[in-house]
Design a protein around this ligand. Structure first.
Ligand SMILES: Cc1cc2nc3c(=O)[nH]c(=O)nc-3n(C[C@H](O)[C@H](O)[C@H](O)COP(=O)(O)O)c2cc1C
Length: 282
C-alpha cells in the first residue's frame, strides 16, 4: 500500500525497528503507553485531514445548492420537488453590479465571485465611514452579485443581497424587488444567529409574507421602508412603508430596518435601481 519511496527510506526502516522495539515492551511501560497514545493521535489527525480534504468539494456543492434554493425561494419560484439546479439555471440570471455607479460589470464570471469574501478583502472592498454605517457592517464589497428573474427577456424581479447586524449576529439575506425598483416582493435571511422564537423569527414565513407589496422609497426618493413596534394598521397612510416589528426582539427589528435602509440608499443599490427604473439597465 505504501509507495516505494517511503518503504525504501531510512526513516521507514528506523520507524519499523522502533515499532518492533515498542511492541516488545511490557504493557505497563511508560514508553509504550506514550508511543501508542501518540501514534493514535497521529492516525486520528491524518484521518480527520483526509476527511476534511475529501469532503471539501461536497461541502462547496451543498453550499451552492442551498444558496440557489434560497434565491429561488425569495423569487417565489421554489416549488415542492423541483430540480433546484435546473430551475435556477433556467430562470435566474446572475449579474455583477458596481455598487457605486449601479452599472453592470462584464469580464468577471459571477459564478466565480463571492461577495461575502470580497467584502472582507481590502483590495475588493470599501471601508464604510462610521457615520454612514447604519447596518454596522464596517466594509462592503465594491461589486455586488444580483440575481434577475426574467420573462421573455424582460426583468420581473431583481434579487438583491443585503446584510446587517441584528442583536447577536450579522444577518445575510436577499430582498426581491419588482421591476419598478420600488415594490418589495419578498425577503429572506439565509444566515443569521438571532434567538430562535425572538429575533430568529426573521425566517418565519408568516412574517416574511408581510413584506409582499411594501414600498421602498418615499416621495422624496429616500428609503422609508422599515419595521415598526407592534402591528401595522394597513388602513393608515404610510403603512405601505411599514412592516410589523418582531415581538420581543426590538434590537433585531431595528437591525433589519437599518440594513434595508442602508442597502436601498445611495450607499447601496439606489444607483442600480434608478437605472433599472429609467430602463437604462436590463
Ligand atoms: C435569552 C435572550 C435572548 C434574546 N434574543 C433577542 C433577539 O434575538 N433579538 C432581540 O431583538 N432581542 C432579544 N432579546 C431581548 C433583548 O435583550 C431586549 O430585551 C429586547 O430587544 C428589548 O426589546 P423589546 O421591547 O422587544 O422587549 C433576548 C433576550 C434574552 C434574555
Amino acid at each position: 500500500m505504501l509507495p516505494d519511496a517511503i518503504k525504501n527510506s531510512e526513516y521507514y526502516e528506523k520507524f519499523i525497528a522502533y515499532k518492533d522495539k515498542v511492541l516488545a515492551l511490557g504493557n505497563d511501560s511508560l514508553e509504550k503507553t506514550l508511543a501508542i497514545a501518540l501514534s493514535l493521535c497521529l492516525l486520528c489527525s491524518i484521518l480527520v485531514s483526509i476527511a476534511a480534504v475529501a469532503l471539501k468539494p461536497l461541502q462547496i456543492d451543498n453550499k451552492s445548492f442551498d444558496m440557489k434554493k434560497n434565491i429561488l425561494d425569495v423569487a417565489g419560484l421554489l416549488e415542492e420537488g423541483i430540480d433546484v439546479d435546473q430551475a435556477f439555471s433556467a430562470q435566474i440570471e446572475e449579474k455583477l453590479v458596481d455598487i457605486e455607479t449601479g452599472d453592470y460589470v462584464e469580464g468577471i464570471d459571477p459564478k466565480d465571485y463571492d461577495q461575502r469574501k470580497a467584502a472582507k478583502d481590502p483590495a475588493q472592498s470599501i471601508a464604510i465611514p462610521p457615520e454612514k454605517d447604519i447596518a454596522h457592517i464596517r466594509t462592503k464589497a465594491k461589486l455586488a452579485k444580483v440575481y434577475l428573474v426574467k420573462k421573455d427577456s424582460a426583468i420581473q424581479s431583481i434579487i438583491l443581497p443585503v446584510s446587517g447586524y441584528g442583536l447577536w449576529s450579522t444577518l445575510y439575506g436577499f430582498l426581491a424587488v419588482a421591476n419598478d425598483g420600488q415594490t418589495v416582493q419578498s425577503i429572506n435571511f439565509y444566515d443569521q444567529a438571532e434567538t430562535p422564537g425572538l429575533g430568529g423569527e426573521v425566517v418565519n414565513p408568516k412574517w416574511r409574507a408581510l413584506w409582499n407589496g411594501k414600498k421602498i422609497y418615499n416621495e422624496s426618493g429616500d428609503p422609508a421602508l422599515g419595521l415598526i413596534k407592534g402591528v401595522v394598521d394597513n388602513s393608515k397612510p404610510g403603512s405601505e412603508f411599514q412592516v410589523d416589528g418582531l415581538a420581543g426582539a426590538t434590537l433585531t427589528s431595528t437591525g433589519v430596518t437599518n440594513l434595508v435602509k442602508y442597502w436601498m440608499s445611495n450607499e447601496g443599490f439606489a444607483p442600480y435601481l434608478n437605472k433599472i427604473k429609467s430602463g437604462s439597465e436590463g
